[in-house]
Ligand binder design. Structure first.
Ligand code: ZN
Length: 132
């Protein structure tokens, strides 16, 4: 199976972007019936996660908690680029996901959605998608 690239454009510095529909569409286009859909971001200040997509307040609240865990500014940060918080949030959330699928459909739970987590936008991100 080929490696697919999904481009995602963020609009804010921090943002959870629901990419479920795009991943499902690209999966259907491959014609694959069952297997594992691997998703991966080649970024150090973005991440991927699966969580509730029905209520947008869940993503908002998760960002709220992440900001508490890794504040934007801290006098002890040393990284000269000034985005240490974004690096920490990326590692906390993780850069890859593996989702099983059958009959060409992702086996996501009823309330689950796939999110690209932007922590240092706005910018264009790329999600690597591979089917096995
Ligand atoms: Zn940096």
């Amino acid at each position: 199976m080929p490696v697919l690239m999904i481009k995602v454009r963020s609009r804010e510095r921090e943002q959870f972007i629901d990419i479920t529909a795009e991943v499902a569409r690209r999966l259907r286009e491959t014609g694959a019936r069952e297997g594992i859909c691997h998703l991966y971001v080649q970024h150090t200040t973005a991440a991927l996660t699966i969580n509730e997509s029905a209520d947008p307040d869940v993503a908002r609240d998760m960002l709220h908690v992440l900001r508490r865990l890794a504040p934007r500014h801290d006098a002890d940060y040393r990284h000269g680029e000034g985005n240490t918080d974004a690096h920490v949030k990326s590692s906390l959330m993780g850069t890859s996901l593996s989702i099983p699928f059958t009959d060409g459909e992702l086996l996501l739970g009823r309330w689950q959605g796939i999110f690209l987590c932007e922590f240092d936008g706005p910018r264009e991100r790329q999600v690597v998608m591979m089917i096995r």
